[in-house]
Design a protein around this ligand. Sequence first.
Ligand code: 2HG
Ligand code: ZN
Length: 462
Amino acid sequence: MSTDLIARLSAILGPSGLITEEADMASYAIDWRRLFPGRPLCVARPASTAEVAEVVKACRAAGARLVPQGGNTGLAGGAVPDASGGEVVLSLTRMNKVRAIDPVGLTLAADAGCILKVAQDAAADAGRLLPISLAAEGSATVGGVVSTNAGGVNVLRYGMARALVLGLEVVLADGTIVDMARQLRKDNAGYDLKQLFIGTEGTLGIVTGVVLRLVPRPKHTVTALLSVPSPQAALDLLALAQEELGDTISAFELMSGYSFDLLKRHLSLTAPIAAGDWFVLIEAGASLSGLREAAESALAAALENGTALDGVIAETGAQATQLWALREHITDGEAREGKSMKHDVSVPIVAVPAFLEAADIAIAEGAPGAKVNAFGHLGDGNIHYNVVMAPGQDGAAINTLVHDVVARFSGSISAEHGIGQYRVDELLRRRAPAEVALALTVKRALDPDNFLNPGKVLPAPA
Ligand code: 2HG
Ligand code: ZN
C-alpha cells in the first residue's frame, strides 16, 4: 500500500515536493521542544492548492492519515505525526507567497505557508500593520497562526487571530477546494463557515490561503519596562494605563522575577532598571501626537504612588527592541533551565493575582522543589504558568494541580496555544460532556473517517 501511495504522491508533487528519507524528514517528525516525537510515512510538500487537493485524495484513497504542518512552532504537539510510521505530514511551507495587499481596504491575502514575519514586512512596506505579533513569528506560518487561532502580545487591542481573518481557502477531507478567500469587511450571507477551520488545528480541513485584516500603522509607539512589587500592583498599573493611555495600549505583559533570573543566568540578558519581584512591559501606539507625554505622566504617577518601583521608557526603536527581547526570550531561558510543564491558562483579568497566589500554594504543597516560571499576557488574563520540575516529579500530577486551581476561577486550560495532543485528556476532563459531544458531531460531519490530524484536539471517535 505505502509503495503505491509514495509513487502516486511522487507523480503529483515531483521530486522536490516529496521527502521519504528518514534523515530528511527528521525536522518534520518532532516538535521544536522535542516532546512529541513521531515517525511519518513521508512528507508531502505541495506547491499549490490544487496539489494539496490531489494529495488529500491520494492519501484518503490509500487509507493513510494526514497531519497538516506549517512552521512547526506550536507548543501542544498539534502539527506532528504519531509514531506509527503510517501518517503523511502535509507541509504547507512551499506555498509561501503574499498574494495581494490592499492598503486602503486594509487587507492582506497570502498562501497558508507564508511566514508570519514575511506577511508583517509586506504590510509594513505598504505602510500598514498586520497586528499579530508572537515570539515565533520568524518561523510560524499564517496558515498555522489561523489554524491554531494564535494569540501573542497584541491580543488586548486587536484580538486573537480569529478577529483578523476576513477570508479563507480550505481543502476538505474529501479533497474539495472551498474558496472563501473573500476580502469583504461585511459578509453576513449564511453560515460563517470559515470559523470551522480557525483554531481547529487542521482537524476539520486544511487551510491553504488566508485573507487577513490590516490596520493603519501607528505613527508613534512607546515601549516601557517597569518593575512592580506584586501582580496586584501590575493590575493597578493596568488600570492606571487604561486611564492615561486608553485604547492605545497594544501590549501589557507580566513577567516574574524568576523569568528575569532565567534570562540572566542562561542568556546574559538583564533588565535596565532596578529589580522588583515582578516586571511589566507596556506598549502603546497612536498616530496623533501626545502619546509619549501621556506615557511619561503615567509612569511618573505610578512611581509616585508606589504602583511601580522603577521604570524606563525606550528612547529609540533599538531600545524598544532590547526591552522586547527580554520578554521574547523567556521561553528560551525556561527551556535551558530544565524540563517544564507548560500551562497556558486564562482567568478573568481581575482574578490573576488571586489565581497566582492559589496556584503557588498548590505547587508548594503538592510539588515541593518545583519552580514556577509565570509570565504572560496580563492584559488578556492569560498567564503562562510554567512549572520547571524537580528531578523525578510527575508532570501529569502537576497539570492536575494547576488546572484544578484554574477551574476554581472558572478559567480556561488553553488560552492561546490550543489543545494539540498535549491537552486532549485535560480538555475531556474539563469541558462539559455536551460540549465535547457537539465538537465530535462537527468532526464526524466534516471528517467521518478521522483522516485529518487524528488524535489532536479530540479523542479518536470510537
Ligand atoms: C509567549 O507568550 C508564548 O511567549 C510562549 O505564548 C509561552 O513558553 C511559553 O509557555
Ligand atoms: Zn503567550
